[in-house]
Design a protein around this ligand. Structure first.
Ligand code: NAP
Length: 480
């Protein structure tokens, strides 16, 4: 009998009807049964979070920080287990999953340390004997809605800054990967975070989402996921003037210029397009290559990508796991068909993998389309799978124009050895996260994270910027 993972409200583990979480690499395996939260649970959790708010927000910041350090220590003790569980629920390889677990641990330590700083402002007044300063204050009860693709890092980078600023939360995991964030909540419970401060509700996105935006106690929502749900949430949240932060889709470019370190550029594009099955929000989905090296680049990328081993990420030597579920697999295959119909040149892949163990999972070949042009859907719409569009640019200005000619603006990369081009890219590229001579994916937690245009809305996540969403200022003018 698979283990049952209950919801967590007001410090208690709560029972109810369950839904299955299956391994996308082997659908015979049920990873766990999760309790399906209801609208009534959301309202109970919101009340509990509101009741816990005065105690938690008045606890000294360093004491809250000490509890976050404990959470990090508990997660670290389970490091191997967490990596393997993530591989089984989401499909990414164990080394990638462990890298993500490490990041979550580091995030709890980073924000734990912020408890001793919680930086405000202290500035000199124009007036005599006036002392003026601004201190941070928490907001209240916050809803944290998570996607499936980084099932421990994203919940960690929402929860840790929310808690250190003194807020209380209701956390909703994605239904296809609820276990990793359940482990965070378990660690919060074991660490002794007071009851009601952290509440966790798995279950239907629309039911919990609807109840969350109508829960009286709620003051803010942080959401990462699709543009469609983000836009709906924004409209609902605006009716109540909830503070909101949205991180959504992307169609990230890597510009490859003729003067690049060729081998490194091939490796970086291959890594950014296909690792984690292309299911990173910062993945490269458009390689925009300067004309003079275009054919050579397509050939080299094909040769490198053909060596990738697709399979169950629990096995050593596997580079790429499955699509996360049937829906994402269908989307990948749909865009492969669209690419063919639009007249793009299929260079590699293009099929679902079948036979033997592949029949038990949602495996798709890493797929490269060349000669993709700007108006094709393959160049404009997010796939969120291992499907790369390669596009030809006349020169650097043309490449920049193509890179910016999309509604999204999450991440972007340039591969070049020309310093002026680097700076022209940095200042001219319409994206929130830029890399130079690195894959477009693979960010750290110490700097602001987030996009522009239709990819994002509201203050940035991570790094010192995270505090801006999870706190407000109280400004004081004091005559002595
Ligand atoms: P999604 O379908 O929008 O789901 C995201 C979360 O929203 C899930 O927890 C989902 O719950 C929940 N949800 C669904 N309907 C809701 C509603 N009506 N109200 C409130 N919440 C609701 O997105 P996804 O498929 O999990 O994630 C893939 C997308 O996320 C891609 O577009 C990707 O680009 C984006 N993403 C962006 C970033 C970034 O930082 N910009 C990072 C990672 C992913 P259920 O699972 O129960 O449906």
């Amino acid at each position: 009998m698979p283990e049952v993972f209950r919801n967590y409200i007001n410090g208690e583990w709560v029972d109810g009807p369950t839904f299955e979480n299956r391994n996308p690499a082997n659908t015979d395996e049920v990873v766990g049964l999760f309790v399906k939260g209801s609208a009534a649970d959301v309202h109970r959790a919101a009340d509990a979070a509101q009741a816990a708010f005065p105690g938690w927000s008045n606890m000294p910041g360093p004491a809250r920080g000490a509890l976050l350090f404990k959470v990090a220590d508990i997660l670290e003790k389970k490091f191997d287990q967490l990596g393997e569980e993530m591989c089984r629920e989401e499909g990414k390889t164990v080394p990638e999953a462990k890298g993500e677990v490490r990041r979550a641990i580091n995030i709890f330590r980073y924000f734990g340390s912020e408890g001793s700083r919680l930086p405000g402002h202290l500035v000199p007044s124009e007036r005599d004997r006036v002392h003026m300063f601004a201190i941070r204050k928490p907001i209240g009860v916050i809803g944290l809605i998570n996607p499936w693709n980084f099932p421990i890092a994203i919940p960690a980078w929402k929860l840790a800054p929310a808690l250190i600023c003194g807020n209380t939360v209701i956390m909703k995991p994605a239904s296809v990967s609820p276990l990793s964030s359940w482990r965070i909540v378990e660690a919060c419970h074991e660490a002794g975070i007071p009851k009601g401060v952290v509440n966790y509700l798995a279950g239907s996105g629309s039911e919990i989402g609807n109840a969350l935006v109508s829960a009286k106690a709620l003051k803010a929502v942080s959401f990462t996921g699709s543009c469609e749900i983000g836009e709906w949430l924004h409209a609902e949240a605006s009716k109540r003037r909830l503070r909101i932060q949205l991180e959504m889709g992307g169609k990230n470019p890597t510009i490859v210029l003729a003067d690049c370190d060729f081998k490194a550029a091939v490796e970086n594009v291959c890594n950014a397009a296909f690792f984690s099955t292309g299911q990173k929000c910062t993945a490269t989905s458009r390689a925009i290559v300067e004309e003079s090296i275009y054919d050579k680049f397509v050939d080299a990328l094909k040769e490198r990508t053909a060596k990738l081993k697709v399979g169950n990420g629990m096995e050593s030597g596997i580079d790429i796991g499955p699509a996360v579920d049937q829906g994402q697999l269908d989307t990948d295959l749909k865009y492969i068909e669209i690419g063919k119909q639009e007249g793009a040149r299929l260079v590699l892949g293009g099929n679902r993998l079948t036979g033997g163990a592949y029949d038990k999972g949602y495996f798709v070949e890493p797929t490269i389309f060349a000669d993709v042009t700007e108006n094709m859907r393959l160049a404009q719409e997010e796939v969120f799978g291992p499907v790369l569009a390669v596009m030809k640019a006349k020169d650097f200005p043309d490449a920049m124009r193509i890179a910016n000619n999309i509604p999204f603006g999450l991440s972007a990369s340039v591969q070049t050895t020309n310093l002026s081009r680097v700076f022209e890219f940095v200042y001219g590229c319409e994206a929130g996260l830029l890399t130079v001579n690195l894959p477009s994916a693979g960010v750290e937690y110490q700097l602001p994270f987030g996009g522009t245009k239709e990819s994002s809305f509201g203050p940035k996540e991570q790094g010192p910027a995270a505090m801006d969403f999870y706190s407000d200022y109280k400004t004081v003018y004091l005559k002595y």
